[in-house]
Design a protein around this ligand. Structure first.
Ligand SMILES: NC(=O)c1ccc[n+]([C@@H]2O[C@H](COP(=O)([O-])OP(=O)(O)OC[C@H]3O[C@@H](n4cnc5c(N)ncnc54)[C@H](OP(=O)(O)O)[C@@H]3O)[C@@H](O)[C@H]2O)c1
Length: 301
């Protein structure tokens, strides 16, 4: 962190999960988090109480008037509303932390000649009490022009995160990638755990049994990368096992079967790249999935 950032006064509009995480991490890194406002005074008060030297403000305008760099950390839908309702100063810095939106949503602030950008932590925060070093080792993606760009990179580094530039027009697919790896892992955990209910275990019991397997998978991804981490029946070209899965999943839930089928087709590409199955085996497995699709079509007709 440069001496310039030490004196930079940071503010937050929207005191939810990401604001709590970022303000705490910035404060621990020696940055001055000076002011916060939110839709409710309770949320702003709770964040201010956790950060030494931080004041709870009753309006977003007060935060903007007090701070050099303002983080709009509201829900995505409210970012543009806040950007419009504040009277920004020329040269003031304003960023949002949404993954999918570009800096264009801050156009009303840019219209007031404020410097606008995006500062998106590629991390998941599910409560207002995340680990204080939650961003250490994470990537933070940034969209901004200079001089704001360098300021945001330095701030990311002060959190021991890795700044990566992502342009505005790439942000939707970038965010879809985050949804796949994070939100859909949770969704897969739900599907996998729910299957245990068919043989008498609760979803939580199942989750406890499955979590070490997920941890092992993450560890493989860290150590072996892609495509080397893929194991299991698709990777082995084990058509009898896949046939049995398809037959029994069809009796459980058609959405679960469809998910199995589509992910299986994606797994085939990984297995082929890994070289653990031949193109002939891949064709045979593709046929199994396609057969099931035809069977579903027949059932629905
Ligand atoms: N959570 C994550 O894992 C994560 C990760 C990366 C990026 N983000 C991004 O960070 C941003 C915030 O997400 P979050 O998860 O922190 O959401 P959140 O926990 O739901 O917090 C949103 C906060 O915004 C406040 N708010 C809503 N409308 C407002 C308005 N018009 N004016 C002022 N404050 C308003 C809410 O106020 P009250 O509490 O006062 O009602 C709430 O505290 C989003 O852009 C999200 O995409 C989230």
């Amino acid at each position: 962190m440069t001496s310039n950032q030490k004196t930079l006064e940071l503010g937050f509009i929207g005191a939810g999960k990401i604001a709590h995480g970022l303000s705490r991490a910035f404060s621990r890194a020696g940055c001055l988090v000076k002011a916060v406002s939110s839709r409710s005074t309770e949320s702003a008060g709770s964040l201010a109480a956790a950060i030494p030297g931080c004041k709870a403000c009753s309006t977003p305008q007060e935060v903007a008037d007090t701070c050099d760099l303002v983080f709009i950390t509201t829900t995505d839908q409210a970012i543009g509303v806040v950007a419009r309702e504040v009277n920004w100063k020329p040269g003031q810095m304003v960023v949002h932390t949404s993954g999918a939106d570009s800096a264009d949503v801050l156009e009303p602030a840019a219209g007031n000649r404020a410097l606008t950008g995006v500062f998106h932590p590629l991390q998941t925060i599910a409560s207002i009490n995340p680990a204080p070093d939650i961003f250490a080792g994470s990537t933070i993606t940034i969209e901004a022009g200079e001089p704001l760009l360098q300021t945001l990179k330095d701030l990311a580094i002060s959190l021991r995160a890795k700044p990566v530039e992502i342009s505005g027009n790439a942000r939707v697919l970038y965010h879809a990638s985050a949804v796949f790896i994070s939100n859909y892992t949770v969704t897969l955990a739900n599907i996998a755990s729910s299957l245990w209910q068919t043989f008498g275990y609760s979803r939580n019991e199942a989750l406890n049994a499955l979590l070490p397997l997920l941890e092992g998978t993450v560890s493989n991804l860290q150590n072996q990368g892609l495509p080397g981490s893929l194991t299991g029946p698709v990777s082995r070209g084990d058509t009898p096992t896949i046939s049995k899965h398809i037959k029994e999943l069809a009796e459980v839930n058609s959405l679960t079967l469809e998910t199995y089928r589509l992910l299986g087709l994606n797994a085939l590409e990984v297995a082929l790249e890994k070289g653990s199955i031949t193109p002939v085996q891949a064709k045979e497995i593709t046929g199994l999935f396609a057969d099931k699709e035809r069977a579903n079509e027949k059932n629905n007709a």
